[in-house]
Design a protein around this ligand. Structure first.
Ligand SMILES: [Zn+2]
Length: 488
């Protein structure tokens, strides 16, 4: 965050669209500080022609609602699309047709199978004390069914995952474990990593201590009466405990009843449709490079979604942003030197099966992947650009940072994650970047019935497309390498 104040000044100084003077000058040095360091960090040069192209791309992106139209079409034509479902199959067909209509080449579907899970009933009730009443609840991905008629037991409350881990088996055995941990909102979404731990680990840890089931305060930052859906790592941990989340308001009631000192009994009723294999597929499309077609800049998003909402922000927005950005680049008079490849992963939410399938299918061309990035953090504005480059490639990172400044994007650290759907390629040594989106409100909508088009701001979506077009064009129209040079 060292450059925070400087970058803000820089962003303000770069009025948009860029002035004629800026267009004619060679690319200036890094953002000037009032107390400049003894040595200026090196910035890789961008040609005047490339700088003009970047400005044109940004101007076009900021005037276009193409991305909004794409996500609107996905929501209208398909809607929610659980991985491996009939709806996800229709989403694949929609995507292939949409990508062809936008003029991309090599549009194809790469099939794979995955374990299927869908909750056909997900109900939770407070049985006692007082009158019996329903809660708003969601089964967590992978949860088994409860016995016919539901599972009723007394709850035992824990303030967080660590408290459950520290509890003796005698406090947990036969009970429904209730983890009441709150999640905090943050621009970088950092509260999610902490909160998601309880979603992934509640079932295996509770089961090891002899619990009957697992209930968590929903992983979200809203105060709406929705229970956030989400996957759990229970299968990987060998657990088979029913698991649900409840809305914040219902979690409050449970906490108050427990605090009153009375025994609180709850009934969970889950019907799960579980199949060992279902069909999914990754949808791929390309803009072939004009000089170096074997070198690939990989743009990812995922097609599947949870099924209570419309899958508009997660991840219809990502599908729309990367497609609209690539389409703007395709419309330029000259294709970039390298190939731009779009990966719309068929299954991310319940175990990143699409990204893993891409990694298996394309491991042999991992060395040809120049860089990979994903849009899967909703529809908030891009506020920071992070890289995961080898040290000698950092002047390139600074060149991207400077090109993104007019969009209000701050320089970030060299610790990018890349995103779940490119994690298999990252593990194979592919450099990654993050066009980090503002996640302050993302977890209000994430995995809830409120994940709809209403959660998307058209202006924010346009800014995302501008940032993606900027990075992708410069990466694809260069011969830059972000890897460490081979040892002599
Ligand atoms: Zn997602």
């Amino acid at each position: 965050m060292r450059n925070f104040a400087l970058a803000l000044l820089g962003a303000a100084a770069f009025a948009f669209p860029a002035s004629a003077q800026q267009q004619q000058q060679p690319v200036p040095g890094f953002v000037q500080a009032s107390n400049p360091p003894a040595t200026q960090p090196q910035v890789a040069p961008i040609s005047v022609a490339q700088q003009r192209t970047v400005e044109r791309l940004q101007a076009a992106a900021l005037e276009s609602d193409h991305a909004y139209e794409i996500v609107e079409s996905l929501v209208t034509e398909v809607g929610a699309r659980l991985a491996g479902s009939e709806a996800e199959a229709r989403a694949r067909d929609w995507a292939a047709a949409m990508l062809r209509a936008n003029g991309f080449t090599n549009v194809r579907i790469e099939p794979f199978t995955l374990p299927y899970w869908d909750a056909t009933r997900e109900e939770a009730r407070i049985v006692s004390p007082g009158i019996e009443r329903p809660m708003v609840a969601a089964a967590l991905g992978g949860s088994p069914s409860t016995p016919e008629g539901g599972l009723t037991a007394q709850i035992v409350r824990f303030a967080d995952m660590a408290a459950l881990e520290a509890a003796p088996n005698s406090a947990v055995a036969g009970r429904i474990v209730f983890i009441d941990e709150h999640m905090s909102a943050a621009q970088d979404g950092s509260g999610y990593g902490v909160a998601v731990r309880k979603r992934g680990l509640c079932a295996p840890v509770a089961q090891a201590k002899g619990a009957a089931a697992c209930l968590i305060r929903a992983v979200g930052t809203d105060t709406h009466r929705f229970a956030h859906q989400g996957g759990s790592s229970r299968q990987a941990q060998g657990a088979s405990l029913p698991a649900m989340s409840v809305s914040p308001a219902d979690a409050d009631v449970l906490a108050n009843l427990v605090a009153s000192g009375r025994a609180v009994r709850v009934r969970l009723d889950i019907r799960a449709d579980i199949r060992e294999t279902a069909q999914s597929g990754n949808v791929i499309a390309e803009i072939r490079g004009r000089e170096r077609p074997d070198e690939i800049v990989l743009l990812a998003a995922h097609l599947d979604s949870w099924d209570m909402g419309q899958g508009a922000v997660d991840d219809g927005a990502g599908v729309a942003i990367i497609t609209a950005a690539a389409r703007l680049i395709r419309e330029m008079p000259r294709r970039p030197r390298r190939t731009i490849r779009i990966l719309l992963a068929g299954a991310e939410e319940n175990g990143v099966h699409g990204g893993a399938a891409y990694g298996r299918a394309h491991a042999n061309e991992a060395a040809n992947h120049v860089v990979a990035l994903e849009s899967d953090f909703g529809a908030g504005r891009v506020w920071r650009f992070d890289t995961q480059f080898a040290e000698p490639a950092l002047p390139y990172a600074r060149a991207f940072q400077r090109a993104l400044l007019p969009l209000g994007v701050l320089p970030g650290p060299n610790q990018a994650d890349g995103g779940a759907d490119v994690s298999a390629m990252r593990a194979l040594g592919v450099p990654v970047v993050d066009l980090s989106q503002d996640g302050t409100n993302y977890f209000d909508y994430h995995h809830t019935p409120n994940d709809t088009l209403y959660a998307i701001d058209r202006g924010d979506l346009r800014q995302n497309v501008a940032a993606w077009a900027t990075f992708v064009y410069l990466a694809a129209d260069s011969d830059w390498s972000f890897r460490a040079p081979p040892a002599p």
